[in-house]
Design a protein around this ligand. Structure first.
Ligand code: GDP
Ligand code: MN
Length: 302
């Protein structure tokens, strides 16, 4: 009605179901991006979920890396969004971070244990900003897809949706050249998909309130079963496992889980932060978290 400034949305009519394409359920793909990789963009464009049902959201750091990303993104986006109508995404949002970013982003520096709390906490803030500014009353699903995921099945969205889980994480591997065997091979990359262990709980119980456990570091031996190690090349790609911690590489979330309040704690939450804290918060909200050990996506190899 003209002059009626009130919008009504019945969230009861907003579904997240395995019949997503048929029901025209909207998917929001969110990528924090400190580097623009052509392979990420090419892979994104190969996804076969209908484009008119996909919204994209990016958040880029407030530094010179961010400036470069913005330039690349704008060119890439313009090409798609001025092309054939049926190939355009329904909406694209780019955010510039308001908090400072950690400067050095070389893989070795990024992964030093000493800077994990600061780095992961800053990533959590970026993810929260991105989520809370882009989630709309129409969003059924949120796909978290890191900007350095350069290869996935083209049916990534449909495949993850088919499991009909509140949260489901793909297994993130990396291609590399194996010098000893003189051939291309793959290796686990993301160790943040894990199952809690007795030892992990014990370590946490002895920590100060502000201390965190980050998985994948030898000096914190949690003996948590890591999904990365459960990959079986001959196994069923649909094999599911329950997880207590997840990474952010390729994770599908029912939008209602986020609407209920599941976010990425930038502070220690049960001694966990960012994506691992998100999994914990999701579980505290009463949802289950899953991973697909045999369903691989590939991380860029610097
Ligand atoms: P790693 O793969 O665990 O080493 O983590 P990354 O450094 O790759 O970060 C995960 C995702 O966040 C990737 O998509 C990065 O492009 C992005 N990213 C990393 N640092 C920042 C940052 O400071 N700001 C923003 N907005 N994105 C970032
Ligand atoms: Mn990465």
């Amino acid at each position: 009605l003209p002059g009626d400034h009130i919008s009504h949305f019945d969230l009861n009519k907003l579904a997240s179901t395995p019949m997503a394409v048929y029901n025209k359920e909207k998917v929001l793909i969110l990528s924090p991006m400190s580097k623009f990789l052509n392979q990420y963009w090419a892979n994104l464009l190969k996804l076969t979920y209908p484009r008119e049902l996909i919204e994209l959201g990016f958040i880029v750091p407030r530094n010179s890396d961010g400036d470069k990303v913005l330039n690349f993104l704008e060119v890439a986006i313009k090409q798609v969004q001025t092309g054939p109508k049926e190939k355009r995404f329904s909406k694209i949002t780019i955010l510039r971070q308001d908090n400072d970013s950690i400067r050095s982003q070389k893989e070795k520096d990024r992964h030093a244990l000493s800077i994990q709390k600061e780095r992961r906490s800053s990533m959590a803030l970026a993810r929260n900003s991105l989520l809370f500014t882009t989630l709309s009353p129409f969003t059924s699903w949120v796909l978290w897809l890191d900007a350095d995921i350069v290869e996935s099945p083209t049916t990534l969205i449909q495949d993850l949706i088919a499991h009909d889980k509140p949260v489901i994480s793909a297994n993130c591997y990396q291609r590399f050249f194996d010098d000893s065997k003189k051939k291309e091979s793959i290796r686990p990359y993301d160790f943040n998909n894990w199952v809690e262990s007795e030892e992990g709980l014990k370590i946490a119980s002895n920590m100060r309130d502000d201390e965190i456990i980050v998985e994948g570091y030898a000096n914190i031996a949690t003996y948590r079963p890591l999904m990365a190690h459960f990959y079986d090349a001959n196994g069923d790609v649909n094999t599911e496992m329950q997880l207590d911690g997840i990474g952010g590489a390729a994770v599908l979330v029912k939008a209602d889980v986020h609407r209920d309040g599941a976010m990425f704690p930038p502070f220690p939450f049960y001694h966990l932060i960012e994506t691992e804290g998100f999994a914990k918060m999701t579980k505290r909200l009463g949802y289950e978290v899953f991973g697909l050990p045999n369903y691989l996506v590939y991380h860029y190899n610097e």
